[in-house]
Ligand binder design. Structure first.
Ligand code: IVH
Length: 671
């Protein structure tokens, strides 16, 4: 490549990297997987090394990624928050070591740590009190997120000693919190986060700190600024010192005297990676002695005394057997690839969402294709690419439905949405999803009325909408498969009990777009009755604290529909309560426990088992005694025995007491 060709390539790479980096750091919504970004970045670095005369100050290789959002006040970092060099193979790691050996010229140790996949934070304490928390931003200027930082449980607000200092570390979202948050967002029709890192960044950069609080963020603190001032001489000691002061430090760091020992460390954590409750994307090698670190110093962008080794992404190959189109309650039709089951990053995977038609076309996935799968953010199975050389001849492109597979009405794209929607309010698939939602715990809480029974009621034309539930009779129910006197009575009682629910449960159950459980509560509190709400102006709804225009618009549009009026009338005729019953039963909505099946085992330090069970049930959980495939969480205290083993063997998420505390303190937000 000559210099002119290099100039063109470099310009292209810079533009692409800048675009990707902005999506990742500023918008918290990455456009590609990390390794794709890393490869482009690598290419740019290599070209610039070959043609140093083409390096400019504004090249992404010369700047720390990230920008400050104008919504936050700015904070300048007295000591810049740098980035970190990275390598992708053991050979490169050994090269790094060789270079340092040469530069230092004497024996030295390394401290190896896990590279936590979150976002960097700086915390400042004065006389032992937390006074400021900020993000990295562009490395020199960060965002002041002190109010949000104050809501993170594991960040000490007061240190065990009244000293002044600055520490830095990583803020992350535990994997199980991420999974729950996305499930909840999906239910509420909101966009889901691509991975835990973005979810953590999005949660920390909120203007409303109660939202941050609800997201259950955690931290690992790894850097003590000006450590020498505290009599600390090594990175290992710094970690111990910070731990003693009350910071949450990662327990996996180790001191090694020789680079050969790193291979074991890498192997160990590459194996354990999927079992950790937090995401890691590699390991970090740091010169342990702080004086030697100072001797080596920094480049403009990265310290010379540390390097990250990034894990290769885990991938598995399998064959696509079908594309299923599933209907959501809001009418969005989502394609899912159904594949031969394959092991991937710790679980068996046989389905991967393809999100929308655009993605099917971009990746050109076809039924019969061999595909490579990865897990986005270690969690969500996704198709990375089609293995084209294994494509059988004449494989047709995926036929995108033009009509709804469930009601045959024409599918549309609303405004500039990529989503394919069925806008027929009578679409049976949407109605069935809507009925399931209506019966769910945070809505009308009709125990025993799940998707299987709804399917049967629908097939037998016993119901066509939620009002139909209130006209069911024992005679009718006796036609359902496996329904005997006891199950008939139980279901009728559950339906009957739901008649006296307070207004907010009905409002949430109706599935009005953007109206989550918390918004429903606010609306019910403000307007007291269905009639008042139906008469309310958009302005008066938008005026309610935290409700805003989107919800207000959605509510008024919903009630403009004559069919909705008819439905409400039918519900009234069926004696379904339409009034707010004013806190007679507190709705403690919690994103982690709603509709989850939970088992408690072992001895918990701060909770009595029955009290905890009651509290969880109030939050919408079902507490049971034995661990099965249906269990969502095992809460495990000290001396947990066979239930813990069983949960492990069934891949059930296990919550220790600290994580439990974080979950319990989260209440649902009304975004
Ligand atoms: S040391 C000079 N130690 O990785 C900045 N960073 O890719 C490095 N990170 O910005 C600070 N785990 O946000 C350090 N054990 C660890 C880390 C770690 C994750 C992050 C940090 C940094 C990024 C660079």
């Amino acid at each position: 490549m000559n210099i002119d060709e290099a100039r063109i390539k470099i310009t292209d790479l810079r533009a692409e990297i800048t675009k990707l980096s902005e999506a990742y750091y500023t918008k918290d919504a990455p456009l590609v997987e990390d390794n794709v970004y890393d490869q482009l970045y690598r290419q740019l670095e290599e070209l610039e090394a070959k043609f140093p005369e083409l390096v400019t100050k504004d090249s992404p290789t010369q700047k720390v990624g990230g920008k400050v959002l104008s919504e936050f006040s700015k904070v300048s970092h007295e000591i810049p928050m740098l980035s970190m060099g990275d390598v992708f193979s053991l050979e490169e790691l050994e090269d790094f070591d060789r270079r340092l050996q040469k530069n230092v010229g004497r024996e030295f140790e390394y401290n190896v740590e896990l590279k936590i996949d979150g976002l960097a934070l700086s915390l400042i304490y004065e006389n032992g009190e937390l006074v400021q928390g900020s993000t990295r931003g562009d490395g020199v200027i960060g965002e002041d997120v002190t109010n949000n930082i104050m809501t993170i449980n594991d960040i000490p607000k007061k240190l065990s000693e009244p000293i002044s200092l600055e520490v830095r570390g990583e803020c992350y979202m535990p994997k199980s919190s991420f999974k729950n948050l996305n499930e909840q967002r999906e239910i509420e029709g909101q966009t889901v986060f691509a991975n835990p890192r973005n979810a953590a960044a999005g949660s920390l950069r909120q203007l409303d700190s109660s939202i941050t609080k609800s997201r259950n963020l955690s931290t690992f603190i790894y850097t003590l600024i000006n450590a020498e001032d505290y009599g600390v001489t090594t990175q290992k000691q710094a970690i111990e010192f910070m731990k003693k002061l009350g910071f949450h430090t990662n327990p996996s760091s180790e001191t090694i005297s020789n680079i050969n020992q790193i291979e074991d460390y890498i192997e160990k954590y590459q194996d354990q990676r999927n079992d950790l409750e937090y995401g890691i994307d590699g390991i970090v090698l740091k010169v342990n002695d702080l004086a030697t670190q100072a001797e080596l110093g920094n480049t403009v962008k990265v310290p010379r005394w540390e390097i990250a080794y990034k894990f290769p992404p885990e991938q598995s190959e399998t064959i696509v057997r079908d594309i299923e189109w599933t209907m959501g309650r809001t009418g969005v039709l989502t394609p899912t690839a159904v594949m031969d089951p394959v092991q991937l990053a710790g679980t068996t995977v046989s389905r991967a969402t393809l999100h929308n038609v655009e993605m099917i076309r971009d990746k050109d996935v076809r039924i019969g294709d061999t595909v490579l799968l990865h897990k986005a953010g270690d969690i969500i199975p996704e198709v990375s690419q089609v293995v084209l050389k294994k494509r059988p001849d004449n494989l047709p492109e995926v036929a995108v439905p033009t009509n709804c597979p469930y009601c045959d009405s024409k599918l549309v794209h609303l405004e500039d949405e990529v989503a394919l929607r069925c806008i027929n309010p009578m679409c049976p698939a949407q109605i069935k999803e809507g009925l399931t939602h209506f019966a769910s715990r945070n809505a009308m809480n009709i125990d025993g009325l799940g998707p299987r029974i709804i399917e049967q009621l629908f097939e037998k034309q016993m119901i066509k909408d939620v009002a139909g539930l209130y006209r069911l009779t024992a005679d009718g129910l006796s036609q359902l498969e496996g329904f005997k006197e006891k199950s008939i009575n139980n279901l009728l009682t559950a339906i009957d009990n739901s008649r006296s629910n307070s207004l907010e449960k009905l409002l949430y159950g109706l599935g009005i777009r953007h109206v989550g459980a918390k918004a429903a509560k606010l609306l019910a509190e403000e307007f007291n009755s269905m009639d008042n709400l139906m008469d309310a102006s958009q302005e008066s709804i938008a005026n309610i604290n935290t409700i805003g225009e989107t919800i207000a618009d959605s509510v008024t549009t919903y009630f403009e529909n004559q069919e909705v009026h008819d439905l409400i009338q039918e519900l009234k005729d069926a004696s379904v309560n339409m009034d707010y019953l004013g806190g007679s039963e507190e709705v403690v909505s919690n994103p982690y426990f709603t509709d989850k099946t939970v088992v408690i085992t072992g001895t918990l330090e701060n909770y009595k088992r029955q009290e905890l069970a009651d509290q969880l049930e109030k939050m919408g959980a079902k507490v049971t005694n034995s661990v099965t495939k249906k269990t969502d969480y095992l809460i495990a205290g000290e001396k947990a025995g066979s239930k813990l083993d069983k949960a492990n063997s069934l891949n059930v998420t296990i919550l220790d007491e600290t994580t439990l505390e974080g979950y319990l303190s989260s209440t649902q937000d009304a975004e």
